[in-house]
Design a binder for this molecule. Structure first.
Ligand SMILES: C[S@@+](CC[C@H](N)C(=O)[O-])C[C@H]1O[C@@H](n2cnc3c(N)ncnc32)[C@H](O)[C@@H]1O
Length: 356
């Protein structure tokens, strides 16, 4: 394999590390570049993951599609993970990951294998799956490779099928019948947890959701997997449907999305080396009520022909005064999550609109 003489490597600082990466100005737009790095949306994904792993503290992590090695190096340096397994099918990626890991003295193993082959051969306390597009082709192997009590961290960027914008693709990739709801960013995480549930259950493992979020076109879910038949039975009861115009869609994961306490602990580790977006995600996750979906205040205000969008704090206080839970959501800055039914929400919005 030729060295990098024909690829411009530049220093790139992110979190608490500075690594050599292909020039981010020119290389993030295409999946065809020699070694891939997305310094924007994926950075937030990496920040949140590094903060979360510093709380979860697995004994090792498989950075299963590592590209530059940036996740694994950050998990070693920032999260204090004792051992990192770096893998990528692309030999140039592994060459670069080796250079970057060496700089920080990472206790590392390197593989250049197809993700599914490696996952069928070895077991890990945490598996990070970060593919281009959909994780569906890799999920069964990933769920198999996670030790009982370990973690599966999964990214997806195929937002059209996940959000219900392409129902045929959603059925093909995720085995579910979807229609795009007003809370579609959250739906994407619920479809991914459904995928995780099914993949884990096939290997005799149940899932415990830890954290789910979206940032731009990235969706990320993290779950703990346990070899525990009673957990699988419990999970099965949390698979269900959502309704639009009297019709049911799904199946999807209808259970909790966040472990609020773990999100709060991860938030305590945040400092100014991390993106503000990662802080906001963890803050909102640590308060997110266990309710399916949310109301899009902008859509409702338009529908109700309100002259102005009511203030969000006025809406949430009015709902809380009536005994409902009400919080802003991490899924959209237009959303409010509450257990109030649509009629109550409409009344609150109308009176908050009058108050303006
Ligand atoms: C989205 S990039 C990973 C980005 C990286 N995790 C980060 O945070 O910067 C996907 C990577 O998966 C690798 N890849 C694609 N198919 C693979 C497979 N079947 N097995 C292992 N690696 C694969 C590609 O070479 C590419 O480097």
């Amino acid at each position: 394999m030729p060295p990098y003489s024909y690829v411009e490597l530049v220093p790139y600082r992110e979190g608490k590390v500075e690594l050599l990466v292909p020039n981010p100005e020119t290389s993030w737009q295409s999946a065809d570049v020699p070694v891939f790095l997305n310094p924007r949306a994926a950075r937030v994904n990496r920040d949140v993951s590094a903060l979360l792993l510093s709380v979860l503290k697995p004994k090792d992590v498989l950075d299963g599609m590592t590209a530059t090695g940036i996740r694994g190096v950050r998990y070693f340096v920032e999260s204090g993970i004792p051992e990192i397994a770096f893998n990528d099918i692309n030999p140039r990626a592994i060459d670069l990951a080796q250079k970057n890991a060496k700089k920080y003295g990472v206790n590392a193993r390197f593989y250049q294998k197809d993700f599914c082959v490696l996952c069928n051969e070895e077991r890990f306390w945490a598996v990070d799956l970060d593919p281009f597009g959909s994780p569906a082709p890799f999920i069964w192997s990933a769920a198999r490779a996670v030790r009982s009590g370990g973690y599966l961290l999964v990214s997806a960027t195929d937002t059209r099928p996940l959000s219900g914008a392409s129902p045929k693709q959603a059925l093909a990739k995720y085995g579910t019948i979807l229609r795009k709801p007003e809370w579609y960013p959250e739906l994407m995480a619920r479809v991914l947890y459904f995928l995780l549930f099914h993949a884990a259950a096939i290997h005799g493992k149940g899932i415990e959701p830890v954290l789910a979020f979206t940032y731009e076109h990235h969706v990320r879910v993290v779950a703990r997997l346990r070899e525990k038949p009673s957990l699988i039975t419990k999970n099965a009861k949390q698979i269900g449907f959502y309704e639009i115009d009297g019709k049911q869609y799904g199946p999807i994961w209808t259970g909790p999305l966040q472990d609020r306490e773990l999100a709060r602990c991860a938030l305590e580790r945040w400092d100014s080396d991390y993106t503000r977006a990662s802080k906001k995600i963890l803050e909102l996750a640590s308060r997110e009520p266990d309710v399916l979906g949310y109301y899009n205040v902008h859509l409702w205000s338009k529908r109700l022909k309100l002259k102005q969008i009511p203030r969000f704090d006025v809406i949430t206080s009015a709902l809380r005064d009536q005994g409902f839970v009400a919080e802003r959501v991490l899924w959209s800055d237009k959303g409010i999550k509450t257990d109030a039914d649509p009629q109550v929400f409409e009344e609150v919005l109308l009176s908050a609109g009058e108050d303006k």
